[in-house]
Every structure is written in C-alpha cells, then in structure tokens.
Design a protein around this ligand. Structure first.
Ligand SMILES: N[C@@H](CCC(=O)N[C@@H](CS)C(=O)NCC(=O)O)C(=O)O
Length: 209
C-alpha cells in the first residue's frame, strides 16, 4: 500500500517550515494543505484539537502535532538521511537545545531581541559545518528559520544583526544552512516575508516617531 502523507501548514509558519525541510531532506512526497490561520479548516481543528495549530502531519490518516515531535516521527519512520544523532548523549543534547530555543521563543516574545540567543547558537554549532557535523540534522532544522528571519530583519532594518566578524561561527552556520540547495528552495517567498515583517513593525515605528 502506498504511503499517504499530508502536511497542514501556512505559507509563513516557521514551525511548519521545520517539517517542510525534514520532508525535503528525506526526499518524501506529500500533499500540502495551506491553512488560513484566521479561518482554520475543520480538518485542522479535528487533527489538532488540543492546540489548533499548524503544522500537522497526517500519515496514513493518523495526525501528528508539534513540529519537534513531527521531526522525530519522520526520522523514526524514514531512516534515510538521519536527522537525530545516534549517540544517546548527543541525541539528548540536540533535544535539549531545540527545546531551549522554543522555550526562549515563548518566554521572550521576540527571538531576536535577546542577545544571548546568538551565543547559544554559536556554542551549539561549535565550528562544525552543521550542528551535527557535515550533514543537516534535527537541530539545524529546529533553528533553521532563525537564519532566514535574521536576514529578512537585516534587510528591513538596513542593519547587520549577525556580523561575521563578531559572530563568525554563527554567521558561517547561517550561510551553510540557508544556502544548502535542499533548504534553499523551501524558504517562504522572500518578498512576502519582508512585507509581513514590515507590517508587523509598523505600529512600533509609529509609536517611536
Ligand atoms: N509548538 C508548536 C507551535 C506551532 C505554532 O505556533 N503554529 C502557529 C503558526 S506559526 C499557529 O498555527 N498559530 C495559530 C493560532 O495560534 O491560532 C509547534 O512547534 O508546532
């Protein structure tokens, strides 16, 4: 029997993007259902009745929610191009940093407002091409959206947020990840992202002016 794989996402969701990247790295075919967050489909509400959020991956009719949980599920079912390290300690560390990143995001409101996050990324990457070594893995995917968002914010603010001279390791990782051919083709449309973040910034700019 053929596999049925559906991804409920929005065009811009950073969490859904993790799943898009993982499916792409595993070279899996799937159907995409684009949701409107202001008018969620009944399928989404049923599949993720607890949080009512994207992403949801539906595998042969069974829904899996929460992006990091989905990444682990994908990695367990499809063994090609492994995402999580095999070593139990390394695996625990990857899960720790991914959770740390998501917890910070929730507690701070804005990821990039904290000067500690780049330090965290820098320590986790530790000079390797990717967090896990030579190939893209779970932690790269978990943090990957940061690479895209930072460059968009830099464009909007006309400001260098991650200077290669100050953050050489982080900057190298961001480039390695963003420019990877498999990852590169999955980013949300840049002009739409710029437009979205400019609109989000507008009320604050007006207040300051
Ligand atoms: N912890 C969740 C977060 C998912 C999430 O926040 N999704 C947002 C889009 S980026 C969403 O669906 N929001 C809809 C809502 O809050 O009603 C995950 O990792 O999947």
């Amino acid at each position: 029997m053929g596999e049925e794989l559906k991804l409920f996402r929005t065009w811009s969701s950073r969490y859904a993007l993790r799943v898009v990247h993982a499916l792409k790295i595993k070279d899996l075919e799937y159907e995409t259902i684009f949701e409107d967050i202001k008018n969620k489909s009944t399928s989404l509400l049923e599949y993720n009745s607890i949080h009512k959020k994207v992403p949801v991956l539906v595998h042969n009719g069974k829904p899996i929610c929460e992006s990091l949980v989905i990444l682990e599920y994908i990695d367990e079912i499809w063994k090609q191009s492994p995402l999580l390290p095999q070593d139990p300690y390394e695996k625990a560390m990857a899960r720790f940093w991914a959770k740390f990143g998501d917890d910070k995001k929730r507690s701070r409101g804005s990821y990039c407002s904290s000067s500690r996050e780049p330090q965290v990324l820098r320590r986790a990457a530790n000079g390797k091409k990717f967090f896990g070594g030579e190939t893209i893995g779970y932690l790269d995917i978990a943090f990957g959206w940061v690479a895209n968002l930072i460059s968009i914010l830099e464009e909007i603010a006309d400001l260098k947020l991650v200077d290669a001279e100050i953050f050489p390791l982080l900057s190298a990782w961001m480039n390695n990840f963003s420019d990877h051919p498999v990852i590169n083709e999955c980013w949300p449309p840049r002009d739409k992202m710029v437009e979205k973040f400019k609109a989000m910034r507008e009320p604050y700019v007006e207040k300051v002016a």
